[in-house]
Design a binder for this molecule. Structure first.
Ligand code: BGC
Length: 870
C-alpha cells in the first residue's frame, strides 16, 4: 500500500487524466483465455470448515443488508490503525477486522521483530524453521491485535530475475514456494491469526502492474493453462491445502481479464478446483468494478475506496454494494456467501473468543494522533500502546538468517576464519545506515546493511545488528573502511584477509530507489553502488578476499568471481535485523553454512529466456506473454544446456557429506487418472429474496466522518433501488457471458482444499542416510527432483524439485536418515484437454534424483524397476 505522500501524486494523475476517452484494450495473443465461470461456488462444503460455516451462517442469517455489506469492505484508505480495516456489525458482536502487512513482520510498527524475508527463509531449505518463523510471526501479529496477516507471498514466483518483489517469496521454484508458503501459513494460523496468501497470480513484474493510468490498464500476464497449473498455481494450491483463511488477488490481469474481476481465476480455479474456503480480498486499490468483481468471486474490497480517486469517500462496494443488492444486480446469494466466508474464517481461527484489539497504529509512531488520518476532521486519541510482542523471536530470526547463508565458493579453505585473523572490511553494506536504520519510509533506500527490500513487505527494525556490530561484539581484529570506493589508506599487509560487502536491492513500485521503480531496471542484475568495482579493486591489492553479498535475488558475479584472490563468497541473502551475529557464527566457524540457492545465478543475463525480461512501455495494455512455459530458472538452464555460474540449490559447507542407503518404497498404487473426487458437502442456505430497503437506511442521528466509507444508503436511494430490484420489467445488469446462479458440482480436479485429495496421496516414500564425512560439524540438505519417464507425450522439464529435507547438526562421522516423499501430483502433468492431473506413463520409470543441489544429484532411485542406484 502507498504512503500518504505517494498517494497525492496518484490522486493528481488520476484527476488530470479523467477526461480522456481512448480504447485502452489490446487483444491478448490468441490462445490465452480466461473463460467465464459463474456463479461463485458457495463456501463451506469441506468437512474441515463445516463447524465454522455453521456458526457463521447463524450470524449471517441475523444480519441486515447493510451489516453484511459492511463486513465485505474496508472503511477507506488511512481510515483506521491498520492498512486495512473492515466495517463491523457490532450489534451482533462482529468487530472491525484489522488487516496488516507484511510477510516478514509487522509493517510500520514498534517492538516487533524484523524477520528475514521469504527469500532467506527459502534458502534455509529447513521446514522446521519455516514453520517456527510462521508461529513467531503469528504471535507478534496476534499480540498487536491484528486479525489478518497479509502474508505469505508466493507470487511473484521469481520468473523474472529483475522482478521487484521476488524477495518477499521463497524462491524461483513452485515447490520451494509451496513449502515456504504453507508452513508459514500453518505457523501463523496455529496461534489464531488469519494468514493471507498473495498475490494471485502471475504478478511477475512491478512496472505497469499497478498505478495504471488512463492510457495503460494493468499489464496482462498471458499464461497457458498447463503452465499456470504446474508452476504459478502450485504454491497457492498447497496454501489452500494448509487451510489458509484469506487470499489476496493481484493487480495485474491474467489472459486479458483483471485478476480482481477474473471469474476464471477466483470462481473456477481458486474456489472450485482448489476448494478455497476462506475469503478473497483485492490488493490495495486493485478493484476496478463493483458488480463484476462481486460476481467473479471477490469477497472483500481493500482498502475499500475506488481505484481512480481514493480518499473521497467513494467505493465500488459499501454504499454501492448495498444499492446493487437492492436493485437486483448482485444476487443476495452472492452477498451472503461473501459475508459467510469472512465470518467463517473469523470463527475458524477462534477470533470470536477473546481476540485482542489493535494496540498500534501503522500510520504513526506517536502515542496519540488522529483515529482516522484519511478523514478531513478526525477525532484523536491514543493510537500506539507500544506493546512489546517480540518474546524470544530474535533467536528464530537469527537462526533463519544464519542457516540461509549460502557458501558459494571457498577455495584454499579460506573460511572459516581463525579468531585472530586481521580483517580489512570494505563496503557501506557492512554497517548500518548512518541516517538511521528506519530513516527511509518502508525501507525505500539502499544505504547501509541491506536486511530487506522495500515496500509494503518491509518492517521497521527494532535494531539492526550489522556485520560491524558483530565484529565488535566478538572483539575481532578489524579495520573498517565505510566506503564503496576502494580507499587509498588501507595499507594491505600480507596476512590480511579482506572482507568486502556488496548488495542488490529491489522493492515495490510505489517507491523508486536509485532509478529502480521496484524492479531492477537501472541496476540490472549487478551489485549496487559499484560493488563489482569495489571487489575488483580490493582483489587487486589483497591476496585473500571474501565477498559477502546481501541481495534480493541473483546478481552477476562474472567480473570478479574467478579473480585469483577472491577465495570465498557468501550469499547472506536478506538477513533482517540479525545480520551481524548470524554472519559471525558462520565466518568464524561456530556454525557451518547450510543455506542453498533458492534461484540460479547465471553467468550472463542473456542466459535467461528473452521472455522473462521486463516488459516496457506501450500505449494500451502491456502484454507479458509467458511463452517460455515451464522453462524458468533451472528448468530453462537445464533444457538449454546452459551452465550457470551457480545452480539452483547450490550451497557448500565447511564439511562434506556422503549419501548412502537410499531406498524407495511404493505406497499408493497409481492409475493414470486420480480416483474420482469426493462430492461437495452441504453449504449454508439462506433466504435469497431482496431484503426490505429499510435494512440499508442510515441509522437515526448517525454522526458521519466525512470520507469514511459506509454501507448505509440514503432512504430515497434505497427505496428506488429496491423498487427496481423488485420489478420484473426493469432492465437488468448486463451480465457477463455464462453468468448463472446455479451452483455447479465442481471440476473433476477438485474435491477438497488444494484439489482432489487423491493428488496428495503418497506414491513413494524415500529415505536416505546422510553422514558427515568431514571433520567439522554441519547440517546437510537433501533435495529430491523428479524426472519423468522417457518417451512420454508431454514435454516436461528435465528435473523438477519435489521435496527436500535438512539434517540436524551432524558431528563428524555422525549420520541421520532423512525421509522424503513423492505424491501422485508430483508425478503428474496437467492435461489441458481432460482438465485433470494425469500420470503420463503409469508403469514408466520415473527418475527420482537425490543430492545436494540441482547440479549435484548423486543418487538415482527409479520406479520401474523399483530401486536406487548410488
Ligand atoms: C501490496 C500488498 C500489500 C498491500 C497493503 C499493496 O500495494 O501489493 O502486498 O499487502 O499493498 O499494504
Amino acid at each position: 500500500m502507498y504512503s500518504l505522500l505517494s498517494f497525492c501524486l496518484i490522486l493528481c494523475l488520476s484527476l488530470s487524466a479523467s477526461a480522456a476517452v481512448i480504447d485502452r484494450r489490446i487483444a491478448v495473443p490468441s490462445g490465452y483465455v480466461a473463460p467465464p465461470y459463474y456463479p461463485t461456488p458457495h463456501g463451506g462444503w469441506t468437512a474441515d470448515w463445516s463447524v465454522s460455516y455453521h456458526k457463521a451462517s447463524l450470524l449471517v442469517s441475523q444480519m441486515t443488508l447493510a451489516e453484511k455489506t459492511n463486513v465485505t469492505a474496508g472503511s477507506g484508505i488511512f481510515m483506521g490503525r491498520c492498512v486495512g480495516n473492515t466495517g463491523s456489525a457490532l450489534r451482533l458482536g462482529i468487530p472491525q477486522l484489522c488487516l496488516q502487512d507484511g510477510p516478514l513482520g509487522i509493517r510500520n510498527a514498534d517492538h516487533n521483530t524484523a524477520f528475514p524475508p521469504g527469500i532467506t527463509v527459502g534458502a534455509t531449505f529447513d521446514k522446521d524453521l519455516m514453520r517456527a518463523r510462521g508461529v513467531a510471526l503469528g504471535e507478534e501479529f496476534r499480540g498487536k491485535g491484528i486479525n489478518v496477516h497479509l502474508g505469505p507471498s508466493v507470487g511473484p514466483l521469481g520468473r523474472k530475475p529483475r522482478g521487484g518483489r521476488n524477495w518477499e517469496g521463497f524462491g524461483a521454484d513452485p515447490v520451494l514456494q509451496a513449502f515456504g508458503g504453507s508452513l508459514t501459513i500453518e505457523g501463523v494460523q496455529s496461534v489464531g491469526v488469519i494468514a493471507t496468501v498473495k498475490h494471485l497470480i502471475a504478478n511477475e513484474q512491478e512496472m505497469y502492474s499497478r498505478m495504471k493510468n488512463i492510457f495503460q490498464p494493468e499489464i496482462s500476464s498471458n499464461v497457458d493453462d498447463r503452465t499456470l497449473h504446474e508452476l504459478y498455481l502450485w504454491p497457492f494450491a498447497e496454501s489452500v491445502r494448509s487451510g489458509v483463511g484469506a487470499l489476496m488477488i493481484s493487480y495485474n490481469a491474467v489472459n486479458g481479464s483483471a485478476c480482481s474481476q477474473n471469474s476464471y481465476l477466483m470462481n473456477n480455479l481458486l474456489k472450485d478446483e482448489l476448494g478455497f474456503q476462506g475469503f478473497v480480498m483485492s490488493d490495495w486499490l486493485a478493484q476496478i468494478s463493483g458488480v463484476a468483481s462481486a460476481l467473479a468471486g471477490l469477497d472483500m474490497s481493500m482498502p475499500g475506496d475506488i481505484n481512480e480517486v481514493p480518499l473521497i469517500g467513494s467505493s465500488y462496494w459499501m454504499y454501492e454494494l448495498s444499492r446493487s443488492v437492492l436493485n437486483g444486480s448482485v444476487p443476495v446469494d452472492r452477498l451472503n456467501d461473501m459475508a459467510t466466508r469472512i465470518l467463517a474464517s473469523w470463527y475458524q481461527f477462534g477470533q470470536d473468543r477473546n481476540y485482542p484489539t489493535p494496540n498500534f497504529d501503522t500510520n504513526t509512531q506517536d502515542a496519540s494522533g488522529p483515529l482516522y488520518p484519511g478523514a478531513l476532521f478526525s477525532p484523536s486519541g491514543v493510537v500506539n500502546q507500544f506493546v512489546d510482542v517480540r518474546a524470544t523471536h530474535a533467536e528464530i530470526a537469527r537462526a533463519v538468517a544464519r542457516d540461509a547463508i549460502t557458501l558459494l565458493k571457498n577455495t584454499i579453505a579460506t573460511l572459516p576464519l581463525a579468531k585472530n585473523t586481521t580483517l580489512k572490511v570494505f563496503g557501506t553494506d557492512a554497517e548500518k545506515n548512518p541516517d538511521g536504520i528506519n530513516s527511509c519510509s518502508d525501507q525505500g533506500c539502499n544505504k547501509g546493511t541491506l536486511g530487506m527490500g522495500w515496500g509494503s513487505g518491509s518492517a521497521r527494525y527494532p535494531y539492526l545488528d550489522s556485520p560491524i556490530d558483530g565484529l565488535k561484539a566478538r572483539g575481532a581484529k578489524y579495520q573498517f573502511f565505510n566506503t564503496d570506493s576502494f580507499p587509498s589508506n588501507s595499507n594491505p599487509n600480507p596476512g590480511d584477509v579482506a572482507l568486502v560487502f556488496i548488495s542488490a536491492d529491489s522493492g515495490e513500485n510505489y517507491i523508486t530507489v536509485d532509478g529502480n521503480p521496484g524492479d531492477r531496471t537501472n541496476a540490472g542484475l549487478n551489485a549496487w553502488h559499484n560493488g563489482d568495482k569495489l571487489v575488483q579493486d580490493v582483489a587487486a591489492k589483497y591476496s585473500n578476499v571474501i565477498v559477502v553479498v546481501h541481495t534480493v535475488g541473483p546478481i552477476l558475479m562474472e567480473s570478479w568471481i574467478d579473480l585469483p584472490s577472491v577465495n570465498a563468497v557468501l550469499n547472506a541473502h536478506l538477513p533482517g535485523q540479525e545480520a551481524g551475529e548470524a554472519l559471525m557464527q558462520v565466518l568464524f566457524g561456530e556454525v557451518s553454512p547450510s543455506g542453498h540457492l533458492p534461484y540460479t545465478i547465471p553467468k550472463s543475463e542473456a542466459d535467461y529466456p528473452d521472455t522473462v525480461s521486463l516488459v516496457g512501455f506501450e500505449v494500451g495494455q502491456p502484454q507479458d506473454t509467458f511463452t517460455e512455459g515451464l522453462y524458468i530458472d533451472y528448468r530453462h538452464f537445464n533444457q538449454q544446456n546452459i551452465k550457470p555460474r551457480f545452480a539452483f540449490g547450490h550451497g557448500l559447507s565447511y564439511t562434506t557429506f556422503s549419501f548412502s542407503n537410499a531406498s524407495i518404497t511404493a505406497v499408493t498404487p497409481l492409475t493414470s487418472l486420480p480416483p474420482t473426487r469426493p462430492i461437495k458437502g452441504p453449504t449454508p442456505s439462506y433466504n435469497t429474496s431482496i431484503p426490505p430497503a429499510s435494512e440499508a437506511y442510515w441509522p437515526d442521528n448517525f454522526s458521519r466522518i466525512w470520507r469514511y466509507l459506509y454501507s448505509w444508503l440514503d432512504k430515497n436511494d434505497a427505496d428506488v433501488a429496491a423498487k427496481i430490484g423488485n420489478s420484473s420489467t426493469s432492465a437488468k445488469y448486463p451480465y457477463p457471458d455464462g453468468c448463472s446462479t446455479d451452483q455447479k458440482p465442481g471440476p473433476v480436479a477438485g474435491g477438497a482444499q488444494g484439489g482432489n485429495p487423491a493428488l496428495f496421496d503418497v506414491a513413494y516414500n524415500l529415505s536416505i542416510t546422510v553422514t558427515n564425512a568431514g571433520n567439522i560439524s554441519g547440517k546437510a540438505v537433501s533435495q529430491l527432483y523428479v524426472q519423468f519417464p522417457v518417451g512420454i507425450s508431454f514435454d516436461t522439464p528435465i528435473i523438477q524439485l519435489r521435496d527436500f529435507a535438512k539434517t540436524i547438526t551432524l558431528a563428524p562421522g555422525q549420520s541421520q536418515t532423512l525421509q522424503m516423499r513423492v505424491t501422485r501430483k508430483d508425478l503428474s502433468v496437467w492435461d489441458v484437454v481432460q482438465q485433470n492431473w494425469i500420470i503420463p506413463d503409469v508403469g514408466g520409470d520415473y527418475g527420482i534424483w537425490i543430492g545436494e543441489a540441482s547440479d549435484s544429484l548423486s543418487v538415482r532411485c527409479g520406479t520401474s524397476p523399483l530401486g536406487c542406484v548410488m
